[in-house]
Design a protein around this ligand. Structure first.
Ligand code: DP6
Length: 320
């Protein structure tokens, strides 16, 4: 049987997706906007087979650990009237095996490989709709550069598209890894709890709308300072929601807060540097390409155990 291989890169949300209005279809409450990253990606091969099997980084996963992938296969078969079973071999490529595997690159690569292995000629928009059902953020990893996911109101209207290919952007991202353990509260669970219990969730759609209006011209103008300011504020707005959920929770570790303070101190030295944080303790630092080495050195001087990886805007889905 022919093996089909797809590669998709992770993305970091600058304007966050945090809350669903439809759980099964993963329809979000708001639009979101991300940057696809160059150095972190998932390579997934799909072969038509007698039974569904899922290998992750060379290891056959149990049925329990494969459940999310198998549910996605069932959704895919139903949607496209496909009868086959599939052998899935997925490998995460992350420098220094830093534990930055992400469901965004995973479900984007899986969607592309499944479609190709089933001889479906899906557009990028259709792949984005498909990947969305695996993991919301995966809808954005189909594309390179800056990507907007339109919330929409049903399966057809909820998809991502490229906003800017980032070819003129001086943006660099430093990924600061403080902890590579699996998070206690998944993003799925965290966003659901927030949506249902935070008294502040009702203003989140307005917050996102406002931040999107401000960040889009900044991206077009390669205005990294404004991109950074808005992204950092939007991340803190999202994390403030988790702290006001009931029971309250946070993804921050002590080191996360330490890094936030280091970044803010660097700004006092007139370095244009900002952070964003997803559903975990690691920090993504946003800066100009010209400052990235200096910032890495400063972070390394002040953080004993952190691992820091420099990356830049990455490409959309490709096939081997
Ligand atoms: C904080 O895409 O992992 O990274 O749709 O439930 O799989 P599910 O959630 P997921 O959530 C990502 C949350 C985030 C923000 C973002 O990427 O927009």
């Amino acid at each position: 049987m022919n093996k089909v291989t797809a590669i998709a890169h992770t993305n970091i949300a600058l304007i966050k997706y945090w809350g669903k209005k439809d759980e099964a279809l993963r329809l979000p409450y708001t639009d979101s906007l991300s940057l696809t990253l160059d150095d972190f990606y998932t390579e997934t091969s799909v072969t038509v087979s007698d039974e569904d099997q899922f290998f992750l980084d060379g290891e056959l996963k149990s049925n329990a650990d494969s459940q999310r992938v198998f549910n996605f296969l069932n959704y895919f078969r139903l949607k496209y009237n496909v009868k086959n079973s599939f052998l899935i071999e997925s490998n995460n490529h992350v420098p220094n095996s830093a534990g930055l595997a992400s469901s965004s690159s995973a479900f984007a690569a899986l969607s592309g490989a499944l479609a190709k292995a089933s001889n479906l000629d899906l557009s990028l928009k259709e792949l984005s709709q498909l990947a969305r059902v695996g993991s919301g953020s995966a809808s954005r990893s189909i594309y390179g550069g800056f990507v907007q996911w339109h919330a929409g109101h049903d399966d057809e209207s909820s998809f991502a598209e490229q906003f800017d290919d980032a070819s003129n952007s001086d943006i660099n991202i430093l990924s600061v890894i403080v902890n590579k353990n699996k998070k206690n509260i998944s993003s799925t669970e965290g966003m659901n709890r927030t949506r249902m219990t935070s008294p502040f969730y009702k203003i989140w759609p307005d917050v996102v709308e406002h931040d999107l209006i401000k960040i889009k011209p900044a991206i077009k103008n390669n205005d990294i300072r404004t991109i950074g300011e808005i992204s950092e504020h939007n991340a803190m707005e999202m994390h403030a929601l988790t702290m006001s959920a009931n029971p309250p929770f946070t993804y921050f570790d002590p080191e996360t807060i330490e890094i936030m303070n280091i970044i803010s101190n660097m700004r006092n030295e007139n370095i244009s540097v900002y952070f964003t944080i997803d559903a975990g303790p690691n920090v993504k630092v946003i800066c100009h390409k010209k400052d990235v080495t200096l910032i890495k050195e400063k972070l390394e001087q002040q953080l004993a155990n952190a691992r820091i990886i420099i990356t830049k805007p990455g490409p959309g889905i490709t096939y081997k």
